[in-house]
Design a protein around this ligand. Structure first.
Ligand code: SF4
Length: 438
């Protein structure tokens, strides 16, 4: 039996905005297909004991996570906020480990944010205690962005830092079998995952592309997925329809980084969803690209049932737009908003991400962008910048930040890592308060 683990989050704040351990579910699908028994323990899943957790969840699939306060790591001792472990209590994790009928042949652990590594390390330390001698393999975002750090601090036996085919050979030695888990995603017709591994399917993930053709200087997409590939729209929609019947779920959440970039395929997917006659509610917490929202796409979005809409503008500063990767311009933005209005979307339904706390960004820039978005008839959503190692902007962030950003704990956007005289924590709070009360 192979054990898959989604670890705890250690942070000052965390919210489950349609989180799903997609990479593990993909791995689980491939392992099962190659003859292995697979079990997933998702430490962020509130369904282990929903009566016990009593956290506020929305029927759309997002919501709060249960937490327990934990001691801060030494580096964060000076931060006057409570530090927490988000997810199920340790006793439930142990109960789940003890209930396993067989000792795992190997354990795969995933990871997300670099600054959540204490959660990964704590999870692995418990696994090691229960299954000494079983190899623990760490993958996911943290492992890809900071493999050396992960080797030194996670406690994993093996750190998988890319999708290369050589990983199969390493795993062959552990699993004593020829296996194919890594390789050329671009040959796939669809990105298959096994939703049966979850305790409960709360929403269905839309996975129609991998990677992104843009190269924004602040974004890790290119580093995590060095290529851009779109899957077959027919396969994507067929799968969603089968799942919705099987699990009785109507919420769809788009996981793509670049869902709207391939406009032909996006139109096809939305048309097929409409034709299915199912009343889906579609959520796009990963921002869609504004540039591609023409009148036809806006109409299809309305008809297909877009419910939670997020676009990435980041800043209305045109110089920044060009120098950071040119993914959107103010005129793209205004055209898209006009098209969305014409198709019946209301300003409060169109959420626009604005980045705050970019290196050397001044508060006036954020205020200007907020005003620009409101005046255009959309709703600003402030997102604090998180410096991502390996991105072009990371070096600039290091010059601006009062923190040592080589320590991943300081890459946490809650700390406002690039705070400086012209953009302080108080400036950020003022903007957020204004948006909250207006
Ligand atoms: S367009 Fe979006 S996903 Fe693509 S590189 Fe830029 S920020 Fe990342």
């Amino acid at each position: 039996m192979i054990l898959l683990i989604n670890p705890w989050i250690y942070d000052f704040a965390a919210y489950d905005m349609w989180m799903m351990p997609i990479g593990l579910l993909h791995l689980g699908y491939l392992l099962k297909k190659q003859g292995f028994e697979v079990k997933l323990i998702d430490l962020l899943d509130v369904n282990y004991d929903s009566n016990f957790f009593k956290v506020k969840r929305k029927e759309t699939g997002e919501g709060n996570l249960p937490y327990q306060e934990v001691e801060k790591p030494e580096f964060l001792k000076g931060i006057p906020r409570r530090y927490k472990r988000y997810g199920i209590p340790e006793e439930i994790f142990i109960r789940e480990l003890e209930s396993l009928l067989a000792r795992p042949e190997a354990i795969f652990v995933t990871s997300k944010m670099t600054y959540w590594y204490p959660g990964v390390a704590k999870t692995i330390s418990i696994l090691k205690k229960y299954f000494p001698g079983t190899k623990i393999i760490l993958g996911g975002t943290y492992a890809k962005l900071l493999p050396e750090h992960a080797k030194n601090f996670s406690g994993a036996d093996i750190v998988i830092s890319d999708e290369s085919i050589e990983n199969n050979w390493i795993l062959k030695d552990i699993l004593k079998k020829d296996i194919k888990l890594f390789g050329e995603i671009s040959q796939y017709q669809s990105y298959d995952i096994d939703l049966d591994l979850l305790l409960k399917v709360r929403f269905l993930p839309v996975l129609s592309t991998v990677g992104c053709p843009f190269r924004c200087t602040y974004c890790a997409s290119r580093k995590l997925f060095p290529f851009f590939h779109s899957f077959s729209p027919e396969q994507v929609v067929n799968q969603l329809i089968l799942w919705s019947e099987r699990y009785g779920v109507k919420d769809l959440t788009i996981f793509d980084d670049a869902f709207s970039v391939n406009t032909g395929k996006m139109k096809k997917i939305l048309t097929l969803l409409i034709k299915s006659g199912k009343k889906f509610r579609i959520h796009s917490p990963n921002a869609l690209h504004l540039r591609y929202i023409d009148s036809e796409i806006a109409g299809l979005m309305k008809e297909a049932g877009f419910y939670t809409i997020r676009f990435g503008l980041e800043s209305a500063d045109e110089e920044f737009q060009v120098s950071s990767g040119n993914k959107v311009s103010n005129s793209d933005f205004l055209k898209a908003i006009k098209n969305l209005h014409q198709q019946g979307f209301k300003p409060e339904e169109i959420g626009i991400y604005i980045m705050a706390g970019l290196p050397f960004q001044k508060k006036e820039d954020v205020w200007r962008t907020v005003k620009f978005v409101i005046d255009s008839g959309a709703k600003p959503k402030i997102v604090e910048y998180s410096p991502v190692p390996g991105t072009e902007m990371f070096e600039k962030a290091k010059q601006c930040s009062p923190f040592n950003l080589d320590e991943p704990l300081f890459q946490n956007n809650t700390l406002l890592p690039c705070r400086w005289d012209d953009f302080t924590q108080d400036d950020l709070e003022e903007i957020k308060l204004h948006l909250h009360t207006s």
